[in-house]
Design a protein around this ligand. Structure first.
Ligand code: CMC
Length: 433
């Protein structure tokens, strides 16, 4: 079969370029426009990258129309049901599920990297008592770059990529938990390698020097599930940031820090914190219609947090899993459910409202994740830190894929310049006021 192509013609010059259409294993084909500038002297203008594929990737596939999310071909529903976070991290990074032996070795190898250099503990002291933990996380993870930096190494060829992955995944819980401990005035807890990944994280967050701490297994399972659901999500804003930072052949901890900074915003990972703030403000199911009207009012910048997604236009498969998990957790911990009830009412009213139907706005993963974190007694400002901890597995898998990509090039977008055309310099005495 001949190669499918798309012909782009410049109507002003009559010149054409025939661009190959590239087919992946699943999903939307892409037009290869790399010679557009060379042959037609034109750039592609796509604000928000709504129609732009930025790389080849074999890690995560998502279909927004069908609500499909797969990591290395494994559907998220199956991973959520049968897997664990560290196994999903293995899958993202290695491309295959591990054998039993590989899994034991992988868990052990992550545990060998849970400690950080002792000097890193001093970085926290520089933060204000009321710092946002995401600013601390970005700063301290960025600082890790200085502990693993060799100015002579080529990150593409000389650096052990798997060792980098184990370091990032091993250290993130330690660094994240310390943000909370510092802000709470509690002593840091060192990693306990007898414990599993999530158990160890909870111990570093919640144990007291005076007491033996055993997290509730239901809580461990719920947190592990959230970590699985947040582990990777194709070329979203923070992942693209990690790749762009990495494309300058940068230290991987610096790239992850850049990803953390991008994740923080309320349009991205910061939505989980914003959702709970919003649900608390709504406070009662009877107030829901007022907030739905506010979200529809174009003169108001208010949006329903946890609703809408750039890619998912039918449902977010992670939201479906998490909604059920949230319900089960609140039941099994016998917790009061007022915010969950507000959330259910908001979902019910918004889903039958013409505004939300027309724009295909559905609850996303973060609509419910904050409620689970709250039930687990994780403070609200730490919600996005949880997301970052889990997403670091995806970021580092994507960073490795970039480093090993034969088409590796520095990322360098262009622009549509709309500023002043050439203007000669006017000496200050001759400028009109
Ligand atoms: N509430 C009210 N209206 C909305 C919302 C919302 N949450 N989201 C989108 N819209 C409207 C928007 O005003 C626009 O309307 P119109 O066509 O009349 O101008 C239309 O829907 C399309 O919106 P958009 O901003 O062009 O969509 P986008 O793809 O650029 O943005 C989004 C996607 C997730 C940033 C956006 O839906 C949003 O801000 N949602 C709330 C924040 C949120 O929950 N973020 C978490 C995303 S999932 C976790 C993650 O991936 O990090």
């Amino acid at each position: 079969m001949s190669q499918r192509t798309v012909v782009i013609t410049d109507s002003s010059t009559g010149k054409s370029i025939e661009c190959p259409v590239l087919e992946g294993t699943c999903g939307t084909p892409v037009i290869d426009t790399k010679h557009l500038y060379r042959d037609l002297g034109l750039f592609v203008h796509d604000v928000g990258f709504a129609s732009t594929s930025s790389c080849r990737s074999a890690i995560t596939y998502l279909d927004g129309e069908q609500g499909i999310l797969m990591h290395r071909g494994s559907p998220i529903e199956q991973l959520a049901k049968h897997s664990t976070f560290t196994e999903v991290a293995y899958l993202l990074i290695h491309g295959e599920l591990p054998t039993a032996k590989q899994m034991v070795e992988w868990d052990l190898s992550i545990k060998m990297h849970t400690m950080t250099h002792e000097h890193l503990t001093r970085f926290y002291q520089g933060y204000r008592y009321d710092a946002h933990p995401m600013s601390m996380l970005a700063g301290v993870v960025g600082a890790l770059a200085s502990f693993y930096h060799d100015p002579t190494s080529d990150y593409r060829t000389d650096v052990d990529h798997l060792l980098t992955a184990r370091r990032v995944i091993g250290k993130m819980p330690t660094v994240a938990a310390r943000c909370y401990r510092y802000l709470s005035g509690l002593p840091f807890v060192y990693p306990d390698n007898q414990r599993g990944y999530v158990d160890n994280f909870m111990n570093m967050m919640f144990s007291w020097p005076t007491e033996r701490y055993e997290p509730n297994p239901v809580a461990i399972k719920a947190l592990d599930l959230l970590f699985i659901l947040h582990a990777d999500h194709e070329q979203n804003a923070s992942t693209s940031t990690v790749r762009l930072a990495g494309s300058s052949e940068n230290n991987p901890f610096a790239c992850v820090a850049a990803g953390i900074a991008t994740l923080w915003g309320k349009a991205h990972g910061g939505a989980n914190e914003a959702v709970v703030n919003m649900l608390e403000e709504i406070a009662d199911p009877k107030n829901v219609p007022k907030y739905v009207s506010k979200a529809k009012d174009k003169s108001n910048t208010f949006r329903l947090m946890g609703f809408g997604h750039r890619v998912y236009k039918n449902f977010d498969p992670r939201a479906t899993i998490i909604r059920q998990a949230c319900h089960d957790l609140l039941e099994s911990l016998k917790l009061d459910q007022p915010l969950f009830e507000v959330a259910l009412e908001l979902e019910r009213i918004a889903l039958q409202d013409e505004y939300f139907i027309e724009r295909k706005l559905y609850p996303n993963v973060d609509f419910y994740s904050g409620l689970i974190y709250r039930a687990l007694r994780i403070p609200m400002t730490m919600f996005t830190v949880m997301f970052a901890l889990a997403r670091s597995a995806g970021w580092i898998a994507q960073w490795i894929e970039l480093m090993e990509d034969p088409d590796f090039r520095i990322g360098r977008p262009r622009q549509l310049y709309v500023g002043a055309a050439r203007r000669d310099y006017v000496p200050v005495a001759k400028r009109s006021s």
